[in-house]
Design a protein around this ligand. Structure first.
Ligand SMILES: *[C@@H]1O[C@H](CO)[C@@H](O)[C@H](O)[C@H]1NC(C)=O
Ligand SMILES: *[C@@H]1O[C@H](CO)[C@@H](O)[C@H](O)[C@H]1NC(C)=O
Ligand SMILES: *[C@@H]1O[C@H](CO)[C@@H](O)[C@H](O)[C@H]1NC(C)=O
Length: 407
């Protein structure tokens, strides 16, 4: 049963789960918050260079036909991110910036070529709504190469698409903590559950059903977690309580230590259960851009151009203790957990840190949305920055499969 959600977080929660309210009853949860950054070279073609370090260059061609491949009619949109339909101001301008890595070349995805490379293969994303943001962009872009794309859904899969021309499925499995977790109501002495009191029980050694058994289906997997590891989603009075082997861990772990333990267990599970031939990525945190207060304190992101490089540390460096610091903090924990594994870092944090201008902000598709939920300075407009994430991910996949397939 659902706990009563009486805190001011509730409205934000609803926003997050707007397109799927039924989900609420099974997955109790609160709002989102992002984290950030670190830079890692992943081999790109023959030379080691990083697609993740670079700068945004103004390029009006980026926003005009045939780019960005899709518009507001793409059937895979989520309303609150559909910035064309929601008439987000200056969207063309926002999409007139091109990410230019310092040392490598980043091409725009060629959807036909990409789908040919992954023909008869499947690509899966596992994690929270920031991975879903990436998914929607990916599906809408790929659809331009196969308008027969069909919505795809299987047990455990949140949403996805099948591209019949290429026999390719791209899908998302929602699992915000990766570990299994559930609301555990407090039992009164009479054994009656009181819905408002209890804990969120997290089994650190049990992967959530939503993705535990997908090994074998996907040839590429992109994991993420992090945006839910905070006291917005899970307030102090309704804490996460970490269990191992069915017993509460003592002494109880705080949020960040809990994340470390969960990551350790989930990464070990992935290494054990998923074959070496599966190309595995871990995408790092998506930075938030709340200015002048957090999301529930009238924080705003009405910017009309990307931040300058010298502003980034002020916004995101944990030492500065700003509203948006957690992305980099969590990235450090993730980076550590992935050492010595075959999971590649997909560091989308840095390039996204610049883009304070590219969130849905007040254009959420509902008149009362901002009054109720505040601005959305966390997810991203589509078309928008996630299209660049797709360019990077598809290039890395292409480098990997294209080479083995001699394409
Ligand atoms: C489609 O791809 C799957 C693997 O995802 C494969 O098993 C199947 O044989 C393929 N179908 C065709 C018609 O090639
Ligand atoms: C947010 O703005 C509204 C309207 O201007 C104001 O009433 C409210 O006090 C503000 N809240 C915070 C936390 O600053
Ligand atoms: C849109 O662009 C104009 C011109 O650059 C600017 O004055 C305005 O503030 C921008 N609006 C937003 C919401 O960024």
């Amino acid at each position: 049963m659902s706990p009563k959600l009486t805190s001011p977080l509730f409205p934000f929660l609803v926003l997050l789960t707007l397109s799927s309210l039924y989900f609420l009853s099974s997955f109790l949860s609160l709002s989102p918050t992002p984290k950030s950054q670190q830079t890692h070279a992943i081999s790109n073609s023959n030379n080691k260079c990083s697609l993740f370090k670079g700068k945004w260059v103004f390029d009006p061609n980026r926003a005009t036909s045939p780019f960005p491949f899709y518009d507001d009619t793409c059937p895979f949109h989520r309303n609150a991110w559909n910035c064309i339909r929601n008439q987000r101001q200056n969207l063309t301008f926002i999409n007139s910036w091109r990410w230019v890595p310092h040392e490598c070349e980043l091409n725009r995805i060629d959807p036909v070529r990409f789908l040919s490379v992954v023909r008869n293969r499947n690509v899966g994303l596992v994690g929270d709504s920031l991975n879903e943001n990436l998914l929607v962009s990916f599906l809408c872009i790929l659809r331009s190469a196969d308008v027969g794309a069909k919505k795809w859904k299987k047990k455990g899969a949140w949403r996805g698409a099948y591209f019949p021309k290429f026999n390719v499925t791209v899908a998302y499995h929602r699992s915000v903590l990766l570990s299994n977790y559930k609301w555990q109501p407090k039992q009164s002495e009479a054994g009656i559950e009181d819905g408002s009191e209890g804990i969120y029980r997290v089994d650190v050694d049990v992967p959530a059903d939503d993705w535990a058994k997908i090994s074998g289906f996907y040839d590429v997997l992109v994991f993420n977690t992090g945006h839910w590891w905070n006291y917005d989603k899970f307030p102090k009075e309704k804490p996460l309580v970490f269990y191992k082997a069915g017993q509460p861990i003592v002494p109880p772990l705080g949020m960040l230590d809990g994340l470390k333990v969960v990551l350790g267990n989930m990464v070990a599970y992935i290494q054990k259960e998923f074959p070496e031939s599966t190309l595995k990525f871990w995408r790092l945190q998506s930075p938030r851009h709340f200015y002048g207060g957090d999301w529930n304190q009238n924080g705003s992101c009405l910017f009309n151009k990307p931040l300058e490089e010298n502003e980034l540390d002020l916004w995101f460096e944990p030492r500065n203790n700003g509203v948006n610091k957690e992305a980099r903090q969590i990235n450090r924990v993730i980076d550590e957990a992935l050492q010595g594994t075959d999971i590649k870092l997909l560091d989308l944090t840095r390039l996204s840190e610049f883009r304070a201008d590219a969130h849905p902000a007040i254009w959420l598709g509902r008149k009362d949305a901002v009054a109720i939920w505040g601005q959305d300075c966390m997810h991203w407009c589509l078309p928008g920055v996630p299209d660049t994430w797709v360019d990077i991910l598809s290039q890395l996949i292409h480098d990997s499969f294209g080479r083995t397939d001699g394409l």
